[in-house]
Design a binder for this molecule. Structure first.
Ligand SMILES: Cc1cc2nc3c(=O)[nH]c(=O)nc-3n(C[C@H](O)[C@H](O)[C@H](O)COP(=O)(O)OP(=O)(O)OC[C@H]3O[C@@H](n4cnc5c(N)ncnc54)[C@H](O)[C@@H]3O)c2cc1C
Length: 347
């Protein structure tokens, strides 16, 4: 695309999950007028989660979709623009960032990368073929398909424990298959799993084969303590072994850690001046909504300062939210009646 067709932006936020949306609210209130690229999963991972009970401000559990809708609405109230596009490639040219999507090419003064993470696969033969035909990576999305059936979850961290507990509400029997003899996940989650009558834990065991031609019928499992192979008949198999940060579109110059997570300092700066990072894509440790939102806020404050210092063309806009705009319209119509307006001012 020719340079003159590139759309110029002060700040592009790559990702429309809690990290990106929180960043957009802070940036908009700083007068930066950010553009959010929503990518393949608008609202982020949490939009497919049935309930959250650990996000402050909601004493009753709130649905994940409802929470992201509220965040999106809050961003839009401050004039944030959200585009349903994905960053396919980012290049650094003369200290500016060229972001190529499926349909547009943008030139941005600064970027916040909040592209999150996606579930890891086991890499078993036919795993991809059976995806959607018994193999799943999201209990919240697919649990209802396994009402009164037998399912297995593989993994030993928070995700696996959470998914197993959720599945136990639907399935007749849930097996958790873990290759070690102890869970890595939070104690509260592991206590919940152990208390469920329809969850059985299969320790020291690895999944070796997926059975069934076009539809999953069971698993071949290997006990690594006594070296025995056995069959486990299940209708559903949920892979919950962690996530892969989404970074494939980033420039080669940007620093990633050995697991592929973006490296950011405590002010959310990456090694490239002008590129900031927020949320799960830079968080191998916590991966929680409240933390993603917090890091998004920090990234936006830093990006705003960067623009003030480094971009000669940047001028912060006057910020007005939806409620103030409505109030101004009301005042404007009141000003058509000078006597009333005068009286109100005297009051
Ligand atoms: C089943 C499940 C249950 C969970 N339960 C909880 C819970 O109870 N409490 C809690 O705090 N956390 C929970 N989490 C974790 C929580 O969802 C994440 O920590 C949080 O969503 C991270 O936010 P994020 O914005 O960093 O990334 P994400 O939510 O992953 O969002 C990433 C965004 O980036 C976009 N994107 C990706 N690639 C591109 C691209 N190339 N171009 C443009 N956009 C792109 C995606 O479309 C998406 O909008 C749960 C997660 C799962 C999977």
């Amino acid at each position: 695309m020719a340079d003159q067709n590139r759309k110029h932006e002060n700040l592009i936020i790559v990702g429309g999950g809690p990290g990106g949306l929180s960043a957009s609210i802070y940036a908009a209130r700083n007068g930066v007028n950010p553009l959010v690229l929503n990518g393949p999963e608008p609202g982020g991972q949490i939009s497919t989660t049935s309930e959250l009970e650990n996000y402050p401000g909601f004493p009753e559990p709130i649905g994940g979709f409802e929470l992201t809708q509220k965040m999106t609405q809050q961003a839009e109230n401050f004039g944030v623009r959200l585009e349903y596009e994905s960053a396919e490639k980012i290049a650094i040219v003369d200290n500016k960032f060229i972001v190529k999507t499926e349909i547009n090419e943008y030139e941005a003064e600064t970027l916040i990368i909040a592209s999150g993470a996606e579930p890891k696969t086991l890499g078993l033969p036919r795993e991809d073929h059976l995806r959607g035909n018994g193999v799943s990576y999201c209990a919240t999305c697919d649990a209802a398909f396994f009402k009164n059936k037998k399912v297995a979850v593989v993994g030993g961290g928070d995700t696996a424990l959470w998914e197993a507990t959720f599945l136990a509400k639907f399935a007749a029997q849930v097996y958790i298959i873990h290759r070690r003899g102890k869970f890595r996940g939070a104690k509260i989650l592991s206590d919940r799993v152990k208390a469920k009558e329809n969850i059985e834990i299969i320790w020291d065991t690895e999944v070796k084969e997926l059975m069934g031609e076009d539809k999953l019928s069971g698993l071949k499992i290997f006990n690594n303590k006594n070296n025995t192979v056995s069959k486990l008949a299940v209708d559903g198999f949920f892979v919950a072994i962690g996530h892969q940060p989404r970074t494939s579109f980033l420039p080669a110059e940007i620093e990633l850690d050995s697991y592929g997570y973006l490296v950011a300092d405590k002010h959310q700066h990456t090694n490239i001046p002008g590129i900031f990072a927020a949320g799960d894509v830079q968080d191998p440790d916590y991966r929680q909504v409240v933390i993603a939102a917090g890091s998004g806020a920090k990234a936006a404050i830093e990006a705003s300062e960067y623009l003030e210092k480094n971009s000669p063309t940047f001028a912060a806009q006057t910020v007005i939210n939806k409620a103030e705009a409505a109030q101004q319209t009301e005042n404007f119509s009141t000003e058509q009646e000078p006597a009333l307006s005068f009286n109100l001012k005297l009051d």
